[in-house]
Structure formats: structure tokens, C-alpha cells
Design a protein around this ligand. Structure first.
Ligand SMILES: [Ca+2]
Ligand SMILES: [Ca+2]
Ligand SMILES: [Ca+2]
Length: 398
């Protein structure tokens, strides 16, 4: 045993000697790695993110490498200052450098945004981890938006205001609303429409600002989905049969974006669609000027529909609008900014032998969906976050 070990030492020594050719043993080239970074954006104009680049070992020779930024969700010029092929040099015995990236540090709420820093052209080293993911985390709560748009009258002749929510608090009024979180699984995954969002009750997805409720659709991985948003129900809390309903809101916009304000029956005993669904306002992002008002009913399994659209000259997302229903026994009318654009009488509906379901108590749903069978998926032009901004909901009855 001993003898064999000695022999191998001799061989190793000879080999090293031959390889060195009489020079000092040169140290192997160190590897170069750039580290990922996730930091709050900062406030007050600009901030600096120091990205760390490390060598695996100290050397006697300077090591140089170039670094460049590459946009992901964060865009150079808007969210940070681009760097292109900037050199950084490690002096002898230096193993760590930080390279500063200038970040635009505003006071406005944004989604999490990211970019890459990529290494290239190493001298006296080899790249081991050549790409850093840098995440600019949101640290702001406010958004900016114009409050311009149609404002409905406060009162109507022959009607009394019986209920309203002005959304002027700092959280939902739990006497009126509850969140419905998740993706509908296991019962109705994707909410029956192959929708792509996961609903949450986090302030990131629903928040209040200056008398408005804002539902924010974000592009982020959550619950196995790629988008998040929020959905509110008044089920078991506020239900109505008949009256005038005014809902003032500013819609989001973009392919795959699907804001809705709608109603389902408090007593759904006969099941969907027999028990009915009243869609007061729906809009899909690829038809940004069109309001859709729909009734779902019939024997099923799919719904029979009564649906009409109203298309205006400008994008609905440009201003606040008031989406209304005038709902009477055996008749429902849809209005945009005080003008009737659709009337459904019970005698107009192809009920297929089922009972007219709309002379009954219904509750409200406010939600912002992303993707699904109707709007399709968001595309590269769809901007996130998208904001569905609600001013008020009022119910008047005779
Ligand atoms: Ca900030
Ligand atoms: Ca910000
Ligand atoms: Ca309000």
C-alpha cells in the first residue's frame, strides 16, 4: 500500500515539473459571477442599485469584464439608465466589485419590474454566472389618473336613493362586500371562461385612493397563474330587485383585459343559466370603445343570451363613465352616461320553456379578469398594471 502511494507521488511530481516547463505555477483563471438583486425602487428622483460581481479567487493579475443592461419588464430610459459594455476591473487580490445602476425612483405605484445585467468579454477570468436578474420592487402606494368624465345626477324624479357605496374609505365596507379569491378551482377553474388571473384580497390588487376604489391587474406569478387581480361580491350582504343602478367607473384597457360589473341571483336554486345573470357592463380590451350589456338565461347547459353593444367615439378607458340599469318587472334597460342603448322585455327573451328569472333578488359582482375565451390572452402591447377605478355605486328605487 505504502509503496504504491509513493510511486504515484513521484509520477505526479514529474508531471507537474514537465507541464510548468520551469516557470512558476500560474494560478488557474478565476471564474466571474454576477449576483441577482431585488430591492425597493426608492424615492426622490433616482436611486442606485449596486450589483455585485465576484471572482472565485484572488489573482496576481487584474481581471476585467464588461457589463450591459437588458430590458425585461423594466425599460431603460423609463425605469433605469441603460449601461452598454461598461468595463469593470478587479485589481490584483481584489475579489468583489459593485457596479452602480441608476434607477428612476418615483413616488408612483407600479408593478414589480425587472431587467438583466449581462457580462461579456472577460480578460484573465472565465464567466461562470454571466447574467443577473435585477428586480425593482414597488415601494409606492399612489397612482395618478384623471377624474374627468360623465357624472350622473344625484337624484331622479320618482326614485329614492336606497343604497350607495362611494368607496371613500381605506378598505372595502365588509357590510357590503366580500372578496372572492383564487382561480375558481376546483369547482369552476378559470371561472368557467379559461381566465388567466388569480384573485387576491391584497392591497397590491385592490386599494383605495381619494374616494376611489382601484382594482389592479398585475402580471406576476401567483397561485400557479401569471396574473393577479381582484373580485368583489355583495352576495348575502346587499341584494336588490328592480330600480335604477348607477355605477361610475374608469375602465382599464389592453388586449386580454376584461372588466365587468354584473349581477347573479341571491337564490340560484334552479342553477345557471336558468336562474339568470345580468351583465350591466362588460368590456373586452380589443374593443376598447364598446360597452356590452347582456342577460344569460334559458334551460342550459350553455346560456341563451340577450346582448347588445354600444360603441362610442373614444376609448372607454379615457374617462369616467356611468354604466346604468333601469330594471322593472319584466323589463331591463341598459344605459351609458344616461342614454338608453338596449331594452329587454320578458316577451323578447327566448326562454325555451323556462321561467323568466329576472323578477327576483340579485347581488352585485365587480371584477377585473385577465384573459379567457372572450378577450383572449394579453399580448406584448398589453401594459401592466391595469387599473379599474370605481367611483361609486348607487341604487335608486321607486
Ligand atoms: Ca418609489
Ligand atoms: Ca414607483
Ligand atoms: Ca367615490
Amino acid at each position: 500500500m505504502k509503496h504504491i502511494v509513493l510511486a504515484s507521488l513521484v509520477v505526479a511530481g514529474l508531471t507537474a515539473c514537465g507541464k510548468g516547463g520551469g516557470d512558476d505555477n500560474p494560478a488557474p483563471k478565476p471564474t466571474i459571477s454576477i449576483q441577482d438583486l431585488s430591492m425597493p425602487e426608492g424615492n426622490g428622483g433616482t436611486s442606485t442599485f449596486n450589483v455585485v460581481i465576484k471572482l472565485s479567487a484572488a489573482t496576481t493579475q487584474p481581471v476585467t469584464v464588461n457589463y450591459s443592461t437588458v430590458d425585461l419588464a423594466a425599460k431603460a430610459g423609463e425605469d433605469y439608465t441603460a449601461v452598454s459594455n461598461q468595463a469593470v476591473t478587479f485589481a490584483a487580490n481584489e475579489i468583489e466589485k459593485t457596479v452602480p445602476i441608476t434607477i428612476v425612483a418615483d413616488d408612483l405605484r407600479e408593478g414589480e419590474e425587472d431587467f438583466k445585467v449581462v457580462l461579456s468579454s472577460p480578460v484573465n477570468g472565465t464567466i461562470l454566472k454571466g447574467t443577473a436578474l435585477v428586480i425593482i420592487r414597488n415601494d409606492d402606494t399612489r397612482i395618478t389618473f384623471s377624474t374627468v368624465g360623465y357624472t350622473a345626477p344625484e337624484s331622479y324624479a320618482g326614485y329614492n336613493l336606497v343604497w350607495k357605496d362611494d368607496f371613500d374609505g381605506t378598505s372595502i365596507n365588509t357590510g357590503n362586500w366580500a372578496f372572492q379569491n383564487g382561480d375558481g378551482c376546483p369547482n369552476v377553474c378559470g371561472w368557467g371562461n379559461n381566465e388567466l388571473e388569480w384573485y387576491t384580497d391584497r392591497p397590491a390588487n385592490l386599494f383605495f385612493q381619494d374616494g376611489y376604489m382601484v382594482i389592479s391587474a398585475l402580471k406576476e406569478s401567483y397561485g400557479g397563474k401569471s396574473y393577479t387581480s381582484s373580485k368583489l361580491l355583495s352576495q348575502g350582504k346587499k341584494k336588490f330587485k328592480y330600480g335604477r343602478i348607477d355605477f361610475r367607473a374608469k375602465l382599464p384597457i389592453g388586449k386580454g383585459i376584461w372588466p365587468a360589473f354584473w349581477m347573479l341571483p341571491e337564490n340560484a336554486g334552479s342553477g345557471w343559466p336558468r336562474s339568470g345573470e345580468i351583465d350591466i357592463m362588460e368590456n373586452v380590451g380589443h374593443e376598447p370603445r364598446t360597452t356590452v350589456g347582456t342577460l344569460h338565461f334559458g334551460p342550459g347547459p350553455g346560456s341563451t343570451q340577450f346582448s347588445k353593444t354600444n360603441t362610442i367615439a373614444a376609448n372607454l378607458a379615457d374617462e369616467f363613465h356611468v354604466y346604468s340599469l333601469i330594471w322593472k318587472e319584466n323589463q331591463i334597460q341598459w344605459l351609458l352616461d344616461g342614454l338608453i342603448y338596449s331594452t329587454a322585455n320578458s316577451s323578447d327573451l327566448a326562454l325555451g320553456g323556462t321561467e323568466y328569472p329576472f323578477n327576483a333578488d340579485f347581488f352585485f359582482i365587480i371584477n377585473l379578469a385577465v384573459g379567457g375565451n372572450w378577450p383572449g390572452s394579453p399580448n406584448d402591447q398589453t401594459v401592466f398594471p391595469q387599473y379599474y377605478i370605481v367611483d361609486y355605486l348607487r341604487v335608486y328605487q321607486e
